[in-house]
Design a protein around this ligand. Structure first.
Ligand SMILES: Nc1ncnc2c1ncn2[C@@H]1O[C@H](COP(=O)(O)OP(=O)(O)O)[C@@H](O)[C@H]1O
Ligand SMILES: [Mg+2]
Length: 317
């Protein structure tokens, strides 16, 4: 039985903005087992990145707890948190933004090992050997060792980003839209690589994407977020075959590739995603939902287990 590596308990992250309090992450709870992948999907602005960053304490949570290997980490001092940094890592959408344009591939990977003091500058031969090993693990040709980021395509740059994270031998990785900036053909290569690395090193992923098709094959469970809240959660296959929440159905019907295994009623999204500033009670999707009734906006809609392991927050389900 896989054990729980990460437990997120009623996590909230609010931002004070000139317009009011923005509920970016509003009461999210889940367990993530070691070696598994939890997909987090939803439109841009629904709070996915904030969720990932708050779990890692790159943002301080407004409320709620995060347990990592059974230890509550939201109340840890910065010093104790530092010790956990290697175990809990993040991969971003655009590694180019975080790569130093004046560093070569080997320097960028070596930097990661040096910053975390896994090697010192004096250990040149060992450091170089480890860099070569990491390049091999992420499928970067040894020929690229002295290349600069601008000489590489997006897929290779993301491989560097992955190597820099893998260098730290993490247990948990927040993958924040890691393939969203890549061509579809390269997306598949990077997803395969991430899957292989997960199998080989027992990595646990929180995989964030606005594109449901990306997490379909990679995730054990998927949560669907809407304006800071979880509206549905289910095992990946179940979510695709029996979506329950009108919002999930709308997201699924936007996936371009028709799949005869999955019967999807088309629900078209009307209107825009607004900001969750001082939200009113009730379903936040009601304004855009074709099935909304008066009851939907009367009170908050709790997440309920509709069938075993399948949760949805909708009174019409
Ligand atoms: N540092 C911040 N200060 C104020 N508002 C923020 C900040 N970061 C994110 N937000 C707001 O929180 C909401 C969720 O943003 P984000 O987590 O980036 O969404 P996603 O990753 O799903 O696109 C958005 O309305 C965004 O404008
Ligand atoms: Mg984001």
């Amino acid at each position: 039985m896989a054990d729980v590596l990460l437990r997120v308990n009623h996590l909230k992250k609010y931002f004070d903005t000139p317009g009011g309090t923005l509920h970016a992450v509003d009461d999210i709870s889940f367990d993530l087992k070691r070696g598994e992948t939890l997909g987090v999907v939803g439109e841009s602005g629904c709070g996915k990145s904030t969720l990932g960053r708050t779990i890692l304490r790159l943002y301080e949570p407004t409320e709620g707890d995060v347990y990592f290997e059974g230890q509550e980490i939201t109340s840890l001092s910065n010093k104790s948190m530092k010790a956990l940094r290697r175990d809990m890592q993040i991969i971003f959408q655009d590694p180019f933004a975080s790569l130093n344009p004046r560093m070569t591939v080997s320097e960028m990977i070596a930097e990661s090992l040096l910053i975390q003091k896994i090697f010192t500058r004096k250990q040149g031969p060992q450091l170089r050997a480890r860099v070569s090993e990491l390049m091999d693990l992420v499928g970067l040709s040894p020929k690229l060792i002295n290349s600069y980021p601008h000489e590489l395509d997006g897929g290779r740059r993301q491989r560097i980003g992955i190597a820099r994270v893998l260098a730290l031998d993490p247990k948990f990785v927040v993958c924040d839209e890691p393939v969203s900036a890549l061509d579809v053909s390269i997306q598949a290569q990077i997803l395969n690589l991430m899957q292989d690395l997960q199998d080989e090193f027992g990595l646990t992923y929180l995989f964030i994407t606005h594109d449901l098709s990306v997490v379909k094959h990679l995730s054990n469970d998927i949560i669907v977020m809407y304006l800071g809240q979880m509206v549905e959660k289910a095992p990946a296959k179940e979510l695709f075959s029996h979506p329950m929440h009108p919002y999930t159905k709308a997201l699924l019907s936007a996936i371009p590739v028709p799949d005869p295994d999955y019967a999807v009623d088309r629900v078209l999204l009307k209107g825009e995603l607004t900001s969750p500033i001082d939200p009113l009670p009730g379903c936040r999707f009601a304004k855009r939902c074709p099935f909304a009734t008066e009851a939907c906006t009367k009170a908050d809609i709790p997440l309920r287990e509709i069938t075993p392991g399948h949760f949805a927050a909708c009174i019409l389900v």
